[in-house]
Ligand binder design. Structure first.
Ligand code: NAD
Ligand code: DAU
Length: 355
C-alpha cells in the first residue's frame, strides 16, 4: 500500500474533489496534509469544505490557483513538498463546452500539460510519488443498446468536453511512457450526490422540483447514463491511488443504467415523498426541450478490473444514494442559493486572493 505525506488535489472545491477530500479525511487512515489547489471558477465553492477546514486545521490548506499557470503550480508543489497530485480540476459541463469550448481547451488540456511538466520538474526520476488523473467514460464515445466500456475500448470523444478530456488522458499516458512519470488514471461514469452544482441533470431536477420550475428533458429522454454515488467514486480513487498498478487505467462505474426520463420519475417520487409534495403536480413540470447537439446516447462502464484487482465495490445502492441526495438538497437549499448567486462570486473574489 502506497502512503503519501502531502497530497495536492486540484479542483478540490468542486463537486467530486470536495467529496474526495472529505472522504479521505473522515474515512481513511491518511495522516498527512492535503492542499486544495483550485481556481474557484463558477463551479468552485470554498464553503463546500468549511467543515473540513475547521476540523482539520493545518492538515487542510487551500490555495487559489490556476492549473494552466505554471508559476502558480510550481510554487504550490514546491512550497508544500507535494508527493502526490490527484488531478480533478477541469471544466466539466458538456452543455457549456458546446457553447464555449475555449475554457475547456485551456483548463483541461493546457492545464493538465502544465501540471505534468511541473510534476516532472519537481520530482525528476523519483518513483515514490504519484500523479493520478481523474477522467471520464465520455472519452469512449457513445454506445448502442448493448455493450459496456472497457479500459481497452478505443477512444471516440464526441463533444468539446470529452475531446478535451481525451486529450488530457493521452498527455498523462505519454508523460508516463516517455518520461517515466508514475501515474494512475481513472475513467468514471456519471456521479451524483451532495455539493453537485445545480446545472447537471440530478441536482438541477431536484432543485427545480423543490422550487416548482419546469424539468427540461433533452430530446426523447431516452439517453442512458450509468450513475454512481460520489462517495463511491472517492473510495475508488483512493483504492487506485494507494493500491493501483503504476501506469494503469481503471474504469469506475455504478453498473446502474437509467434512461433520463426513468431517472426523473425516481426523483419525482422521492421528492414527493420526502418533501410532502403532490406527485401529479410534480409530473406536470416535465417539459421536453430541444436535444443537446451531438448528444451521446448511452454510457455504461465495465469495472471488472477495479473490482477484481483492487477489491472495490460500491457501498451505496442507488435507492440509498438518491434518498440521501434528495434529503441533502432539501436540507441545503441555502447552499444552492448561495453558490448560484452573483453576490457569492463577488464574496469569493474579495476573500480568496488570486496568487
Ligand atoms: P466541477 O465542475 O464540479 O469542479 C471542477 C473544479 O475545478 C471547480 O472547483 C473549479 O473551480 C476547478 N477548476 C476549474 N478550472 C480550473 C483551473 N484552471 N485551475 C484550477 N482549478 C480549476 O467538476 P466535477 O464534476 O467535480 O468533476 C471533477 C473531475 O472529475 C473532472 O476532471 C471531470 O472531468 C471528472 N469526472 C466527472 C464526472 C461527473 O459525473 N461529474 C464523472 C467522471 C469524471
Ligand atoms: O459520464 C461522465 C460525465 O457525466 C462527466 O464526465 C461530466 O463531467 C458530467 O457532467 C456528466 O456528463 P453528462 O452530460 O452525462 O451529464 P449531465 O448531467 O449534463 O446530463 C446527464 C443526461 O441528462 C444527459 O443525457 C443530458 C440530460 N439532460 C441534462 C440536463 C442538464 C437533460 O435531459 N436535461 C438537462 O437539463
Amino acid at each position: 500500500m502506497r502512503t503519501f505525506h502531502n497530497i495536492l488535489v486540484t479542483g478540490g472545491a468542486g463537486f467530486i474533489g470536495s467529496n474526495f477530500i472529505r472522504y479521505v479525511f473522515t474515512k481513511t487512515s491518511f495522516a498527512g496534509r492535503m492542499v486544495n489547489f483550485d481556481k474557484l471558477t463558477y463551479a468552485g465553492n470554498p464553503h463546500s469544505l468549511a467543515d473540513i477546514a475547521s476540523a482539520y486545521g493545518e492538515r487542510y490548506h487551500f490555495v487559489r490557483g490556476d492549473i494552466a499557470e505554471s508559476t502558480q503550480v510550481a510554487a504550490a508543489l514546491r512550497d508544500h513538498e507535494v508527493d502526490a497530485i490527484i488531478h480533478f480540476a477541469a471544466e466539466s459541463h458538456v452543455d457549456r463546452s458546446i457553447h464555449g469550448p475555449g475554457d475547456f481547451i485551456r483548463t483541461n488540456i493546457l492545464g493538465t500539460f502544465t501540471l505534468l511538466q511541473a510534476a516532472r520538474e519537481l520530482w525528476g526520476d523519483r518513483k515514490d510519488v504519484l500523479f493520478h488523473h481523474v477522467s471520464t467514460d465520455e472519452v469512449y464515445g457513445s454506445l448502442g443498446d448493448t455493450g459496456k466500456f472497457l479500459e481497452t475500448t478505443a477512444y471516440d470523444p464526441r463533444s468539446p468536453y470529452s475531446a478535451s478530456k481525451a486529450s488530457s488522458d493521452h498527455l498523462v499516458q505519454a508523460w508516463h511512457h516517455t518520461y517515466g512519470l508514475p501515474i494512475t488514471m481513472s475513467n468514471c461514469s456519471n456521479n451524483y450526490g451532495p455539493y453537485h452544482f445545480p446545472e447537471k441533470l440530478i441536482p438541477l431536477m431536484i432543485n427545480n422540483l423543490l422550487t416548482g420550475k419546469t424539468l427540461p428533458v433533452y430530446g426523447d429522454g431516452k439517453n442512458v447514463r450509468d450513475w454512481l454515488y460520489v462517495e463511491d467514486h472517492a473510495n475508488a480513487i483512493w483504492a487506485i491511488v494507494t493500491k493501483g498498478s503504476i501506469g494503469e487505467t481503471y474504469n469506475v462505474g455504478g453498473e446502474n443504467e437509467w434512461q433520463n426520463i426513468q431517472l426523473l420519475e425516481v426523483l419525482i417520487e422521492t421528492v414527493a415523498r420526502l418533501a410532502g409534495r403532490n406527485l401529479a403536480d410534480l409530473r406536470n413540470l416535465i417539459t421536453y426541450v430541444k436535444d443537446r447537439p451531438g448528444h451521446d446516447r448511452r454510457y455504461a462502464i465495465n469495472c471488472h478490473k477495479l473490482k477484481t484487482e483492487l477489491g472495490w465495490a460500491p457501498s451505496v445502492t442507488f435507492e440509498q444514494g438518491i434518498e440521501k441526495t434528495v434529503q441533502w438538497y432539501l436540507d441545503n437549499q441555502a447552499w444552492v442559493a448561495q453558490v448560484t448567486s452573483g453576490d457569492y462570486r463577488k464574496w469569493v473574489d474579495a476573500n480568496y486572493a488570486r496568487r
